[in-house]
Design a protein around this ligand. Structure first.
Ligand code: SAM
Ligand code: DTB
Ligand code: SF4
Length: 319
């Protein structure tokens, strides 16, 4: 499929569309491409926490910021499997493992991640990892182990990128996404709002994602988790309606993509979360911790899904 080449003006016109009209448009596109009311539950696990050499302004795991998140040893494969099993029992169908690395280095740590991927796949879950920059050869090794998806966010617009991260470039990000694609792994890439970006930055981030060819199979939309000690700790909270708008635009631009309502749900009301789902979000991170920060408790999410009459991708949902 050839991805459409959306213009800057078109995406901005979506952003400026009255919200209910935008939601109607996104909802129509959503219903044409996805089963109604189905939410995928994904669980995150940090397999290597803290001490990251990158200086991402939002991130509690950067060694440039004093956040109280210390560098830890990498988890062993057995612990990861135990977590994945619990996640599966609770109804997750996708298990995403994150490492606070700038890039993947060949050697025992990478080999351990490859083993983790093989084991998670062996349990019948979708396997996703997010490990920083990656070569084509490393991507191939992950693909051979059965990896379904690689998460690597663009985070913000090309223009705003250097105000958020100085230790790598937007082009580096695109190169890794290309390596992931070439290896036949599906792409999970999205970004964050609430970092002081302009409306044009938001639009340009979504436009860059939507103009990737092919489009990403998964797009996480994150609201900044404001972690004390990071340079963005004192940012004002986002307006939840802006998150709804971002989800609706992502859905309108990327009809077949799974749009994930990701970080920041702890500060969202149930109603705001449901509005995001109505506008096209069909996945959430499920479990009481994201990588290092809190997420709603699993029982709260089960209650939301039940009360709204939604269904999940898993056949059964423990209560
Ligand atoms: N180190 C790898 C990388 O940067 O690609 C993988 C892990 S990194 C924690 C994955 C993503 O988490 C980031 O790209 C960013 O979008 C998101 N993230 C990190 N801290 C966040 C925060 N405080 N609020 C929202 N999203 C955040
Ligand atoms: C994504 O877009 N959000 C997730 C996942 N992809 C890897 C990570 C959110 C991390 C939030 C901060 C933390 O918990 O450390
Ligand atoms: Fe490191 Fe990823 Fe955090 Fe940036 S977002 S500091 S690369 S863990």
């Amino acid at each position: 499929m050839i991805s459409p080449s959306y213009t800057k003006e078109f995406v901005r016109s979506l952003y400026d569309t009255p919200l209910l009209q935008l939601i109607d448009r996104a909802r129509g596109i959503h219903l044409a491409h996805h089963p109604d009311n189905e939410v995928q539950l994904c669980t995150l696990l940090s397999v290597k926490t803290g001490g990251c050499p990158e200086d991402c302004a939002y991130c509690p795991q950067s060694s440039h910021h004093d956040t109280g998140v210390d560098a830890e040893k990498m988890l062993n494969v057995d612990d990861v499997i135990a977590s994945a099993r619990r996640a599966k029992e609770l109804g997750s169908t996708r298990f995403c493992m994150g490492a606070a690395w700038r890039e993947v280095k060949d050697g025992p740590a990478f080999d351990r991640v490859v083993d983790m991927v093989r084991e998670v796949k062996g349990m019948g879950m979708e396997a996703c990892v997010t490990l920083g920059m990656l070569t084509e050869d490393q991507a191939k090794k992950l693909k051979d182990a059965g990896l379904d998806a690689y998460n690597h966010n663009l985070d913000t617009s090309p223009d705003n990128y250097k105000s958020i991260i100085k230790t790598r470039t937007f082009q580096d990000r695109l190169r890794t996404l290309d390596n992931v694609r070439k290896a036949g792994i599906t792409v999970c890439s999205g970004g964050i709002i609430g970092m002081g970006e302009s409306i044009d930055d938001r639009c340009e981030m979504l436009r860059t994602l939507a103009n990737l060819d092919p489009q990403p199979e998964s797009v996480p939309i994150d609201a900044l988790v404001r972690v004390p000690g990071t340079p963005l700790a004192d940012m004002p909270p986002i307006d939840p309606l802006d998150l709804v708008r971002m989800v609706a635009i992502a859905r309108a631009l990327m009809p077949k993509t799974r749009v994930r309502l990701s970080a920041g749900r702890s500060e969202l009301s149930r109603e705001a979360q449901l509005m995001c789902m109505y506008a096209g979000a069909n996945s959430i991170f499920y479990g009481d911790t994201l990588l290092t920060t809190p997420n709603p408790e699993a029982h709260e999410d089960r209650a939301l899904i039940r009360d709204a009459g939604l269904g999940t991708m898993a056949p059964t949902l423990a209560s």
